[in-house]
Unconditional design. Structure first.
Length: 270
């Protein structure tokens, strides 16, 4: 009997499956966000301030000859705000990863039977949920305060929202990759803002491209953010839709490249 027990094969526990790890880690990230009311308030307040300022400062553009006829400026602006906010939220995904690296959370994960990729996917999903909450609150604010009511109706606005989330999710993987290699929150934010501001303002986000200086028109016409904004705007305004497939394919490509780079950077010794 003793010999039988001794010779029995010993199985080593290798942890839960990948999907369960992603689910548990995503819930952890969301609980961390909810547990700090300051993070919730400021993550919502910033895009609302941006919406208020831009909707009032640039409202007169709706009276210029190059502006689409019969379109209120808030209806023109809001789809761009959705895309830009999703892009800015993507930067926070990278900052959150750097924070976890610095406070020792990831070092503890390395001692557990957890696949490194599940940590990155969980971070990406939790930030996607956070971004979706931000955008929904912004839409409610825009409807109630500014009378946002585009021709595309509820379906068109939800389609624009989904496109903004897809674009933000793809860009988020690039920021996760940058964070995994830089591992410095201040440097991460500097690189992110240097990349985002030219994309935001050298595009069709706030004014029609025809209203920009000649050299800036050339930049805006090849700016990938212009394609995403134009596609979201077409969905919301019920205009002929072009560029949606291109925006989705580009987002998927960015996510694939970011995934590979993020995993490699994350595997480096802390």
């Amino acid at each position: 009997m003793t010999a039988t027990l001794t010779s029995a094969p010993q199985t080593r526990w290798r942890g839960t499956d990948f999907g369960t790890q992603v689910l548990v880690l995503t819930q952890r990230s969301l609980r961390t966000l909810v547990s700090d009311p300051r993070m919730i308030v400021f993550s919502v307040l910033q895009p609302l301030i941006m919406l208020t300022l831009f909707s009032q400062i640039f409202a007169g553009i709706a009276q210029t000859p190059g502006f689409p006829q019969g379109v209120a400026y808030i209806d023109f602006l809001m789809p761009a705000i959705l895309v830009n906010t999703a892009m800015q939220s993507a930067l926070q995904a990278g900052v959150g990863l750097v924070t976890d690296m610095k406070n020792g959370v990831l070092a503890r994960f390395r001692s557990l039977p957890i696949r490194l990729g599940s940590v990155l996917v969980a971070r990406s999903l939790s930030d996607l949920v956070r971004t979706a909450s931000q955008l929904l609150l912004m839409l409610v604010f825009a409807v109630v305060v500014f009378g946002f009511s585009p021709a595309g109706g509820f379906v068109g606005v939800m389609a624009a929202l989904a496109l903004a989330l897809a674009v933000g999710w793809g860009i988020g993987w690039i920021f996760l990759a940058i964070a995994a290699w830089l591992r410095n929150a201040e440097l991460m934010q500097t690189v992110g803002f240097l990349a985002m501001f030219p994309l935001m303002f050298a595009s069709s986000a706030y004014v029609p491209i025809s209203g920009l200086p000649g050299w800036l028109q050339a930049v805006a016409n090849v700016n990938p953010l212009t394609f995403a904004v134009d596609a979201a705007r077409a969905l919301a305004l019920d205009h002929p839709v072009t560029g949606v497939v291109g925006a989705l394919v580009t987002s998927a490509a960015l996510a694939a490249v970011g995934w590979v780079a993020a995993v490699r950077g994350y595997r480096r010794p802390l």
